[in-house]
Design a protein around this ligand. Structure first.
Ligand SMILES: Nc1nc2c(ncn2[C@@H]2O[C@H](COP(=O)(O)OP(=O)(O)OP(=O)(O)O)[C@@H](O)[C@H]2O)c(=O)[nH]1
Ligand SMILES: [Mg+2]
Length: 235
């Protein structure tokens, strides 16, 4: 079975080549869809070089959109290019480990599961070691609690990047997101349909704002609002 990997990327010159190398190195046939948004650093040049490399196991598609429009819009653009049965979201930093793909897709391939999330809470991750690290950690925990209260979803890590879907399901959600509210929108719509989200433990290496992290406090408020909105709104 082949996997589609969507990589939204904006200004990630420090990590983009390495994450693509790590994604390619996973022993699975893959379609890799990179959606770049008018980066102002060297990201685009690096991507053009990556595309020149020959590779029999990975088909790479690059979409350059010219202007920054948000992670959510980038994923929706990438989704239009997806042709395989299973799709995973991969950030262009080095926080998540593509070696987890095998474990993450297994429930979809072998069980009757349509959605798998990689949970940092269930993994063996050290507790944060800085105030901003704690704020991201607590931000994630509170969003997970709110998801469970509103939707009875029973998940531990709602905002994880590692979300894997049957492509038909993700395409059916009629997503509207522009930015980081991709996560709460998909979680809300899936949970509202009563679809089980299976979690698999993952280990990550978190990066700081200084190292290029782009999510901000306002995105937490937007996520809270989106979770509440879709609880009461149809679609
Ligand atoms: N194409 C595109 N990618 C973006 C945009 N904003 C962020 N990204 C990418 O989205 C990914 C996630 O951004 P991060 O800054 O790592 O955010 P995070 O805190 O890890 O957030 P999560 O998405 O919750 O994992 C990275 O690959 C970014 O380059 C955007 O406007 N356009
Ligand atoms: Mg990240």
């Amino acid at each position: 079975m082949k996997l589609s990997v969507i990589i939204p990327v904006y200004n990630e010159e420090r990590t983009i080549a390495e994450i693509i190398r790590r994604v390619k190195a996973v022993n699975l046939k893959k379609e890799i869809i990179i959606v770049e948004d008018g980066s102002t650093d060297r990201t685009k040049d690096i991507l053009k070089d990556v595309l020149k490399q020959k590779d029999d196991d990975n088909e790479i598609k690059l979409v350059c959109r010219g202007r920054k429009s948000g992670k959510g819009e980038a994923i929706r653009t990438g989704l239009k290019e997806v042709t395989e049965d299973i799709v995973i979201i991969q950030d262009a930093d080095l926080e998540y480990n593509p070696e987890d793909y095998h474990r993450l897709i297994e429930p979809i391939v072998k069980e009757k599961i349509s959605v798998v999330y990689g949970s940092r809470v269930l993994g063996k991750n050290p507790k944060p070691d800085s105030p901003s690290g704690w704020s991201f950690y607590l931000g994630g925990r509170t969003l997970s609690i709110l998801t469970n209260l509103l939707y009875r979803a029973k998940i531990t890590d709602e905002p994880t990047c590692y979300k894997v879907f049957k492509t038909t399901l993700l395409k059916s959600l009629n997503l509207k997101c522009k930015g980081f509210e991709f996560c709460p929108e998909v979680t809300a719509k899936i949970a509202k349909r009563g679809i089980k989200i299976k979690e698999i433990p993952i280990n990550t290496t978190s990066r700081t704002l200084k190292e290029g992290k782009k999510i901000r406090l306002r995105d937490w408020f937007i996520a809270v609002w989106v979770l509440i909105k879709y609880r009461f709104k149809n679609d």
